[in-house]
Design a protein. Structure first.
Lengths: 280, 121
């Protein structure tokens, strides 16, 4: 690929999704965009870049962005963020929100839905406690294609075997041909909508818990800082943020601090969430 | 090192499972059917059994029932690993005392995920 073509695509992706593409990722562009070029009736990736340059066609730009963002996900991914949710976040929320009985959770890179559905399943496992609560789980992603799959709640045999205990498959899924569909009870607990983390968070409201895992790694420092600081503004003072195992706030922003000894878990710097969660 | 008994009438499957599990630091014993597996348990009780369903002589479910009926032994974890991939089979297996259930085809990632769910990794 020509250097100027790479730079053009990298610039466009950065502007559109915050995705940072370094020159060592040329192979990713080629492997992911060549099939898209063919689908669009173009012979080569060069032709695709040409078309983008000339037409700036919105739907093509969107398809390219979606093809380049990573959407791998599985149920209860990394376990720890879900154990912490179950054992510390929920008990604290149960106490502190006992009068309003309202809980809002945001999965900011929801991909094909496994993360928000895993959280919904954990709430469902203790439904006696939560059934009278107003619980909202919002799953957003920049990629509309993955959200369609998330909304449908159907997964392949391979997908339901990565991270989902068999007891939960029995309890919360039904078989439809060679697919497994999550039960309506769980599906109704989660709403999905397209959302770009680079856009304005006004209108999102205030959340008690935010999961934003494995997306900041694709952003440069100023973008990470900007996203985290805007996230702080839509998080309750005693709220919690979960980042991916390879991500941190350290050296990026003062808005959050890590919860000591709990990997991937962060709270507002001026907050007291750890005490409530019994982690202080 | 934990001992895993791999029970499958297919030599190829046993070999694939062995390779994955050895990488995950398990010691491996093999059996070709349910009866063979019971004998293996008699000789050297494993920590975990990776268990096929359809096999000659004695199938996986019969083996599981016989194993769970035995008193006075520490019960190994049993993970089914079979092409039977419908809800009815899964329920039957869990009710008979299986701890986890893998639907073939499997890969390293699935084995790793399932084994860590039952506390073996």
């Amino acid at each position: 690929m020509k250097t100027e073509d790479f730079e053009f695509l990298a610039g466009m992706l950065k502007e559109r999704s915050g995705l940072m593409l370094t020159p060592d990722k040329v192979y990713l562009l080629e492997s992911r965009l060549t099939p898209l070029a063919r689908k669009r009736g173009l012979d080569t990736l060069d032709a695709l870049v040409q078309k983008l340059r000339l037409s700036r066609e919105e739907s093509l730009i969107r398809d390219v962005t979606e093809a380049m963002t990573t959407n791998e996900s599985f149920f209860f991914r990394d376990n720890t963020p879900f154990d912490l949710f179950k054992n510390h976040v929920l008990p604290a929320m149960e106490k502190s929100r006992t009068s309003q009985k309202r809980l809002r959770i945001w999965c900011a890179a929801a991909s094909t839905g496994q993360e928000p559905y895993s959280l919904a399943i954990l709430l469902r496992e203790n439904w006696i406690k939560w059934q009278n609560w107003n619980i909202e789980i919002v799953g957003t992603d920049i990629c509309t294609q993955v959200l369609e799959k998330a909304k449908a709640g159907t997964y392949s045999q391979f997908e339901v075997q990565r991270g989902l205990p068999i007891q939960m498959l029995i309890k919360y899924f039904r078989q439809e041909g060679d697919q497994w569909r999550i039960s309506d009870d769980i599906r109704r607990m989660v709403s999905f909508r397209p959302f770009n983390l680079l856009s304005n968070f006004i209108g999102m409201g205030t959340f008690d818990v935010i999961y934003c895992r494995n997306v900041l790694i694709y952003f440069d420092q100023p973008t990470k800082k900007d996203v985290l600081e805007r996230m702080r503004k839509c998080l309750a003072p005693d709220g919690t943020v979960f980042l991916g195992a390879a991500e941190t706030v350290l050296g990026i922003t003062e808005a959050f601090r890590p919860v000591r000894g709990q990997r991937g878990m962060y709270v507002p710097s001026d907050g007291t969430a750890e005490k409530l969660m019994g982690l202080g | 090192m934990k001992l895993c008994l791999v029970v499958d009438d297919s030599k190829v499957i046993r070999k694939v499972a062995r390779r994955i599990l050895e990488e995950l630091n398990f010691e491996i014993d093999e059996a070709v059917d349910g009866q063979d597996a019971l004998d293996a348990c008699e000789r050297n009780l494993p920590d975990v059994v990776l268990l096929d369903w359809n096999m000659p002589v004695m199938d996986g479910l019969e083996f599981l029932k016989a194993l769970r009926a035995r008193d006075g032994i520490e019960q190994p974890v049993v993970v089914f690993c079979t092409t039977e991939n419908d809800m009815a089979h899964i329920r039957t297996a869990i009710e008979a005392g299986a701890n986890e259930y893998i639907m073939k085809p499997f890969d390293r990632e699935i084995i790793e995920a399932k084994f860590s769910q039952v506390g073996l990794l």
